[in-house]
Design a protein around this ligand. Structure first.
Ligand code: F6R
Length: 241
């Protein structure tokens, strides 16, 4: 695990964006695993800028997002599909059909999860997986618990996560109680992982990830077992290391 500490999130995001950019230059049809949330927004803006200025080309790129709320359609402003369209896909030259976000409204969620895993494998696996982290150590929506769940699955969100994400909704009651997420196995099978965390609220979880032993009570701690993880932090997220 390589850990880089930057003065501020924008600088960290610019550095992280260079990994996605250089991957695209080497492999134009690269498969990216993507994340939502506040953390990656400056990185997505940087990638959109590079694309606009003709430095990188997304026309053959394929993406699979980590997660989605169960019960929200893609046109709901708090859905992760809406977020990705709004923050990245509508600003780069990626063919829309190359972008994948799990459906939160599939009639058969078990089939949706199994099909999602199958599609990633058929695409050749994820070349670079982007990750943020929850205050409780979650990656994707893999919440703290007694085990690591390997495959894409649905789960009940913790109150901690619902509260943290309520800022994207009108009120706490509107935050869905369930989500579909890639599993820890999908993440661990990525060839390379780019991990971002900013702010004091993430410092304890980041300490558990970097300094602790692998435990499902901090799901991010499994990343210590991956051979190619680069961690981009600001000073606050790194303050307990
Ligand atoms: C989002 C995701 C989550 C977020 C995490 C941090 O697709 O998988 O694990 O990365 O909840 O969210 P922010 O960046 O909003 O603090």
């Amino acid at each position: 695990m390589q850990v880089y500490v930057y003065s501020d999130p924008n600088t960290a995001c610019k550095a992280a964006a260079t990994i996605f950019a250089s991957t695209l230059l080497e492999k134009p049809d690269a498969v990216f695993g993507l994340a939502t949330g506040s953390t990656p927004v400056p990185m997505y803006q940087e990638l959109a800028r590079m694309n606009r200025e003709g430095l990188i080309d997304f026309s053959q790129c394929r993406t699979w997002n980590l997660d989605e709320y169960v019960g929200l359609t893609g046109d709901h402003p708090a859905s992760f599909r809406y977020f990705m369209d709004d923050n990245l896909f509508h600003h780069i030259n990626i063919p829309y059909e190359n972008t994948h976000v799990p459906s939160g409204v599939a009639a058969d969620m078990k089939k949706e999860a199994a099909d999602y895993d199958k599609a990633i494998i058929e695409a050749g696996g994820i070349d670079v997986q982007l990750l943020g982290i929850g205050n409780n150590g979650h990656i994707g929506f893999n919440e703290p618990g007694a085990e690591f769940v390997w495959e894409t699955h649905t789960l009940k969100l913790t109150e901690n996560t619902r509260m943290a994400n309520s800022r994207f909704f009108e009120k706490l009651d509107d935050v869905p109680t369930e989500a579909i997420t890639m599993g820890i196995g999908n993440i661990m099978q990525a060839k390379r992982i780019v991990f971002l965390a900013f702010g004091k609220a993430k410092a304890e979880a980041v300490r558990g990830m970097v300094c602790g032993s692998a435990t499902p009570s901090n799901q991010s701690s499994i990343l210590r077992m991956h051979r190619n993880v680069q961690v981009f932090l600001d000073k606050e997220a790194a303050s307990l290391l």
